[in-house]
Ligand binder design. Structure first.
Ligand code: SF4
Length: 296
């Protein structure tokens, strides 16, 4: 297949846009979307120190490469990478993350559950079982990341969350019937470094392709404790549905952003028609229909 914008060979077909794109046009399209997300949310400002939460997987490696390409000439913004070693055998080798950061040319620091808490996640799972592994891991990792970030003067954490992750989270909150999470606005909390998500409007397969094109040696292994049955089911459901309705993930992400926006426009309540006195919406439909059929 040829690129829809030039004669070169296409490397990807975007079902939602109907475009085949060559490597050059794919990169341009990808980076434009990520820059737009940063611009619209005003995520990066002069004086920021941005730390990528670098696991060594495709998403975080890709976001590190992209941010380095975007920021390396700016003297007013600093970029670094932080890797937390939870102590999960065969997963997340910190040396692999360090090698990625070194190759891209970004300063890297690490911290571990073993040094900070005196226990690894493998040991926690050995004592408590796998049922709550993600809950323990998430709480401990977030706290450790924040502590390291404060020491390093980090003002923003960049995560590699993509469109699929974001859409799945919105749908999961709907399926759980969780209005609090659906409508909770993103706000700054004292002591917590704010998160930014430059790839939140980019599908996972495009993030994977971007990583393959630009980053060497990222990790493809999944966490052995990733048992999240709901997320797995939602991912399958959403992927099947999106095959026939390609804009669905974008719609869900837009819905999530709208619900979290405290200044979203509110629907007008029921009013009374000024002419006939019956309850109606903005304009009384009965009066409209009568005007139409009477030819007024
Ligand atoms: Fe931690 Fe769960 Fe992620 Fe594994 S899948 S790294 S246990 S949060």
């Amino acid at each position: 297949m040829q690129c829809s914008k030039c004669r070169r060979d296409a490397v990807i077909f975007q079902r939602y846009s109907g475009l085949h794109l060559c490597e050059q046009h794919f990169n341009r399209d990808f980076e434009a979307k990520a820059k737009r997300a940063i611009r619209e949310h005003r995520w990066i400002r002069s004086g920021d120190t941005v730390a990528v939460a670098l696991s060594g997987g495709k998403d975080s490696s890709a976001v590190l490469f992209f941010l380095h390409r975007l920021l390396h000439e700016r003297r007013d913004v600093r970029l670094m990478a932080i890797t937390v070693d939870e102590g999960i055998g065969g997963y997340r080798d910190p040396d692999q993350a360090r090698a990625i950061a070194d190759r891209i040319g970004v300063p890297w620091v690490t911290a571990s559950f073993r040094e900070e808490y005196g226990v690894t996640l493998d040991e926690i799972v050995g004592r408590k079982g796998t049922g709550l592994s993600c809950s323990y891991c998430g709480v401990l990792r977030r706290a450790l990341m924040n502590r390291v970030a404060r020491e390093e003067g980090v003002t923003k954490f960049a995560y590699g969350f993509n469109l699929d992750d974001e859409a799945q989270s919105v749908l999961m909150n709907v399926l759980r019937g969780d209005p609090y999470r659906l409508t909770r606005p993103a706000r700054e909390v004292a002591g917590l470094v704010p998160r930014i998500k430059p790839f939140m409007y980019i599908p996972e397969r495009e993030v994977a392709l971007y990583a393959f094109l630009h980053v060497e040696g990222f990790d493809l292994a999944g966490c052995p404790y990733a048992v999240g049955a709901l997320r797995r089911d939602v991912r399958g459901l959403l992927d099947d549905y999106t095959y026939h309705h390609p804009a669905t993930k974008y719609s869900l992400v837009n819905l999530g952003e709208t619900l979290r926006n405290p200044e979203r426009p509110q629907e007008e309540g029921i009013r009374v028609c000024e002419r006939c006195g019956e309850p109606c919406g903005k304009v009384c439909r009965v009066c409209q229909v009568l005007d139409e059929v009477r030819g007024l």
